[in-house]
Design a protein around this ligand. Structure first.
Ligand code: DP6
Length: 372
């Protein structure tokens, strides 16, 4: 018998992946960039057991048994096994995969990215595979390829029709920009949304804006973003991040039927970020939104206290602090100064529009947790 347990990070894109040129191989129409987030706060954890005695393959996700025959899982397994040494005895045994996320799926964060990165990383350990595996994780879920590395990561879309050059590369490791933080404002929302896969398929098929985005806008933005990260230029980073999020959601609305992932609360947070940046006379916080209403805020550690006191004023909440704030230890948050409330003409929304807030930072890539 062999057993391995690994963890892998989720990632938050600052230049978004939206649209595929090949649905089955999961090949994107543009490059994207993300940060992998600290596994101390959120991660996927996968245990794989293989034994000559196992009668069949099994797969559990968050305690629920899943079909082992999903095309995405089958593609990852096939690609991994192709790279392994045929003579490895346990290559031919059945496996049992047990995967879970340590954060609620309600957070609406790309759990499949962390999940598939973790699965492929664990399989690679199990079958002694060395070298590039991000192009295998990509076949589970596109954004998963970026979670194979820690720090700031770029997914190169590649040009090959079979996708061997569509892979992720680390731009810089996690400690390159140590002051960078992330607040995930989890919005209370129960409306069912299109999955990212479905949403981007509709956009790719029906939006004319998406072609302009993929061919003209993103190629320029990607290079500028890489420079902003390398130079730790927050002004440029923030502008590119917000514009790219807006551009992805504009393409969603340009789809037919239109796709709206953001709700009123996401829009109010975005307005608040612009108001706050105007007040500070520079870009000090940046929002980015994925395929749901939750709004992620990239900001430097020195801004967290000020920004959160404004968020708390505008989005009041009655939830116990220990339940409401999750993740890293927060600075103590002061009540907002009356003068700021007046200057910015702020008013409080009704209570409970935000469910909770996750505070995290850029972190490392996947690792083996326990090899027994
Ligand atoms: C909005 O990676 O979830 O989060 O490849 O179909 O599994 P599939 O899609 P997925 O899409 C993520 C889209 C996004 C933007 C991003 O992470 O770049």
């Amino acid at each position: 018998m062999k057993m391995i347990t690994c963890i892998a990070p989720i990632n938050m894109a600052v230049i978004k992946y939206w649209g595929k040129r090949d649905e089955e191989l999961i090949l994107p129409i543009n490059d994207s960039i993300s940060a992998s987030l600290s596994t101390d706060v959120m991660c996927a954890k996968t245990t794989i057991v293989t034994s000559a005695l196992l009668k069949e393959n099994k797969f559990w996700l968050n305690g629920q048994e899943q079909s082992f025959d999903s095309p995405r899982l089958t593609n990852c397994l096939r690609a991994i096994k192709k790279r392994a040494d045929e003579k490895l005895p346990h290559l031919h045994w059945n496996i049992s995969i047990c995967s879970e996320n340590n954060f609620p799926t309600a957070a609406g964060l790309a759990s499949s990215a962390a999940g598939y990165a973790c699965l492929v990383y664990a399989l690679a350990q199990l079958y002694n595979i060395e070298g590039e595996i991000s192009n295998i994780a990509r076949q589970g879920s596109g954004s998963a390829c970026r979670s194979i590395y820690g720090g700031w990561v770029r997914w190169h879309k590649g040009n090959s029709p079979v996708g061997e050059d569509s892979l992720a590369k680390q731009i810089v490791p996690a400690d390159h920009w140590p002051e960078m933080r992330l607040l995930v404002l989890v919005v209370n929302d129960t409306k069912k949304k299109y999955s990212s896969a479905k949403g981007m398929a509709i956009t790719t098929l029906t939006s004319s804006l998406i072609k302009y985005r993929a061919n003209e806008i993103v190629p320029r933005r990607i290079e500028a973003m890489e420079q902003a990260i390398l130079n730790k230029n927050f002004q440029s980073f923030a502008e590119l991040t917000m514009k790219d999020s807006n551009s992805m959601h504009a393409c969603c609305l340009d789809s037919f039927p239109p796709i709206a992932y953001m709700n009123e609360v996401s829009h109010s947070i975005i307005q608040l970020v612009h108001l706050y940046n105007d007040y500070k006379k520079e870009l000090t916080v940046a929002y980015t939104v994925d395929a749901g209403p939750n709004t992620c805020i990239y900001l430097l550690e020195s801004e967290v206290e000020d920004f959160l006191s404004i968020v708390n004023f505008v989005f009041p909440n009655n939830v116990d602090d220990n339940e409401y704030y999750r993740g890293l230890k927060l600075p103590s948050i002061r009540p907002l100064d009356e003068s700021i409330v007046k200057d910015l003409n702020l008013s409080a929304n009704k209570e409970g529009l935000l469910k909770y807030i996750i505070y995290t930072k850029v972190g490392e890539g996947p690792r083996v947790l326990d090899d027994s």
